[in-house]
Write a protein that binds this ligand. Structure first.
Ligand code: GSH
Length: 251
């Protein structure tokens, strides 16, 4: 029986988990929800509030409601074809992942939403892709309210966006420096949790064509947004992230 992965349509933390499940060749079905409607779905599945939530099917059913905890589970799952942290929990991989979880994920999201949320016509298809029709209708009707709630919860405003940009520059500098010796992956010669976490969480900045939820193209956004988001994909860290996305095989 396939596991269940409950996600919000554009959630990059969910993409991190989905990517890892695909690399490990573990069977799962993706259950996509629109923001707000996700709360009931997550709680019904046994999660707290945020996505991704993985419902592990089998003799002992388990609910895991954090992307990193999902990767930790994959690491110990006998039927997994890939070990996210290498054969024996490489501390370097763990350290990169921790840094990206804290300093990349919340900030790429805030910068992207700062520029996307004002454009309902562009934001809606992205926030509802693959979700049930009624959830898309509900989000369309309540959009101003949901937008305000997201802006308040994630402190999405000009000051927050500027702070996020600084955090992101520091992360990209660190990844540029690590890659400067020509290595193909951050740790070792195989894709690891470090690479998956970087590429997935940088998704909202890199806007890769292969992102499972179609993201807007740069040329559809305002000039201000284009200025804020252009350039990330051209940096060595960005080129590496885009390369990883190009090789992503969605199950
Ligand atoms: N630490 C969590 C963060 C997950 C997270 O921030 N998820 C966002 C989507 S990217 C979410 O579900 N937000 C909606 C909410 O919390 O209600 C993880 O790694 O899974």
């Amino acid at each position: 029986m396939p596991h269940r992965l409950i996600v919000i349509a554009p959630s990059h933390y969910s993409e991190k988990a989905a990517w890892a499940l695909d690399l490990a060749k573990l069977p799962y079905v993706r259950e996509v929800h629109a923001p707000l409607a996700h709360v009931a779905a997550v709680k019904a599945a046994g999660g707290k509030r945020s996505t991704p939530v993985l419902v592990v099917e089998g003799e002992t059913k388990r609910v895991i409601d954090d992307s990193t905890a999902i990767l930790r589970w994959i690491q110990t799952e006998p039927s997994a074809d890939w070990r996210p942290y290498g054969p024996s929990d490489d501390p370097e991989i763990l350290a990169w992942e921790e840094r990206f979880d804290a300093d990349l994920g919340p900030h790429s999201r805030r910068l992207a939403y700062f520029h996307l949320l004002p454009h309902k016509a562009l934001a809606l298809p992205c926030m509802t892709h693959g979700a049930p029709g009624w959830e898309a209708t509900m989000l369309s009707l309540t959009y101003p309210l949901v937008r305000r709630g997201m802006e308040k919860n994630m402190r999405i405003d000009a000051t927050g966006a500027a702070r996020s940009r600084d955090k992101l520059l520091a992360v990209f500098d660190a990844v540029d420096a690590a890659l400067s010796d020509g290595r193909p992956y951050l740790c070792g010669d195989q894709i690891s949790a470090a690479d998956v976490t970087f590429a997935a969480l940088a998704g909202p900045l890199l806007l890769p064509a292969t992102y499972p939820t179609p993201l807007p193209r740069l040329d559809q956004l305002s000039v201000e947004a284009q200025e804020a988001l252009a350039g990330w994909a051209q940096r060595p860290a960005g080129v590496y992230g885009v390369r990883l996305w190009a090789g992503r095989k969605v199950a």
